[in-house]
Design a protein around this ligand. Structure first.
Ligand code: IPD
Ligand code: CA
Ligand code: CA
Ligand code: CA
Length: 269
C-alpha cells in the first residue's frame, strides 16, 4: 500500500512546478532544438522544471530511481522509480502557452503505483493510485463507457506515424473514415487523460516514450481504459520509443488492432 505522505508530496511538487511554468509564460520563451531536429523543441524551462522535481525527489527519497526526458542518465526499473516529463507538450507551451502538462509517475519493480498529470493552465490535476480509482482534483472520475467504434474520436499523432504511410497492413486513414472524428491535442499525457474523462476514445502514436504515457495510463486503466503496443510488443518503460495506443476499453483496442493494424485476434485474458 502506497504511503499517503508520498502522494501529498508528489502532488505538492508538481503544483509548485506548475506555478513556475505559469510565471514562465509571462516572459519570452526562447527555444532551441535537440539533436538538430526541428521538431524536438527544448526550452530552459524543460530543464529547470525537471531539475526542480528531481532535486525534491532525491532529497526526500534518496534511494528511489529516476527516468526522465531531459536527464541523460536513466535508472533501471528496480525498486521505486519515478518517471518524469517536466513539460509534456513543449510545442504547445511555446506556441500557445496552453495545453501542456507536467507528468510524474511512480512505479515499483515496473508495476504502476501513482500517476499524476497536471494540466497547468486549467489547474487540473489528474491523478490515480493503482487500485484506488482516478481523480481530477478532488472529483472521482467515473468508469469509462466505451462507445461503438463508429462514434469514437481518435487523436493520432500525425507527424509520428510517417513510417506507417506506405505499409499495406496499417490502415489508419481507413480508421479515420470509420470513426466520428479526429482531434490532436499535442500533449500525449493530456490526450490519454481525455480518454479517461470520456471525451475522446483512442490515442495513437508511433514514437512515444515512457515519460509521455506512464502517469496518464495509470489514470486511464483505473477507469477501465486499456493501452499497449498495437504490434503486440512489450511496452518499454525506460524511454525507448514505441508504437503506442490507448483506448477507452480493451474491446475497442482489439478492434483497432485487428482491423487497422491487421494483426491476428488476440485472446482476451
Ligand atoms: C511530445 C508530446 C506530443 C507527442 C510527442 C511527444 P514533449 O512530448 O506528447 O503530443 O506527439 O511524441 O514527444 O516532447 O512535448 O514532451
Ligand atoms: Ca520533448
Ligand atoms: Ca512528452
Ligand atoms: Ca517533455
Amino acid at each position: 500500500m502506497l504511503d499517503s505522505k508520498i502522494v501529498v508530496f508528489a502532488k505538492e511538487i508538481v503544483r509548485c512546478a506548475g506555478q513556475e511554468l505559469k510565471k514562465a509564460i509571462q516572459q519570452e520563451i526562447i527555444c532551441t532544438y535537440k539533436e538538430n531536429d526541428h521538431r524536438e523543441l527544448l526550452t530552459e524551462f524543460d530543464v529547470k522544471i525537471e531539475e526542480y522535481l528531481i532535486h525534491h525527489i532525491k532529497n526526500n527519497y534518496p534511494d528511489h530511481g529516476i527516468i526522465s526526458e531531459e536527464k541523460e542518465e536513466k535508472d533501471d526499473l528496480k525498486g521505486y522509480v519515478w518517471i518524469i516529463d517536466p513539460i509534456d507538450g513543449t510545442t504547445n507551451f511555446i506556441n500557445f502557452q496552453n495545453n501542456f502538462a507536467i507528468s510524474v509517475a511512480l512505479y515499483y519493480n515496473s508495476q504502476p503505483c501513482l500517476g499524476i498529470v497536471y494540466d497547468v493552465m486549467k489547474d487540473h490535476i489528474y491523478w490515480a493510485i493503482s487500485g484506488r480509482g482516478s481523480f481530477v482534483n478532488d472529483c472521482r472520475i467515473p468508469p469509462r463507457k466505451p462507445p461503438l467504434l463508429r462514434n469514437a474520436i481518435a487523436d493520432i499523432s500525425l507527424n509520428s506515424i510517417e513510417s506507417f504511410y506506405y505499409k499495406e497492413h496499417i490502415k489508419l486513414f481507413d480508421l479515420a473514415k470509420e470513426i466520428r472524428g479526429h482531434r490532436c491535442s499535442g500533449s500525449a499525457s493530456l490526450s490519454i487523460c481525455q480518454i479517461a474523462l470520456g471525451n475522446i476514445d483512442i490515442y495513437i502514436s508511433a514514437k512515444l516514450k515512457s515519460w509521455d504515457f506512464s502517469a496518464a495510463t495509470i489514470v486511464l486503466t483505473e477507469v477501465g481504459g486499456y493501452y499497449g503496443n498495437p504490434f503486440a510488443e512489450k511496452v518499454d518503460l525506460t524511454g525507448t520509443p514505441i508504437t503506442f495506443m490507448a483506448s477507452s476499453s480493451q474491446a475497442i483496442y482489439q478492434q483497432v488492432c485487428e482491423r487497422y493494424f491487421c494483426l491476428p485476434k488476440v485472446a482476451v485474458t
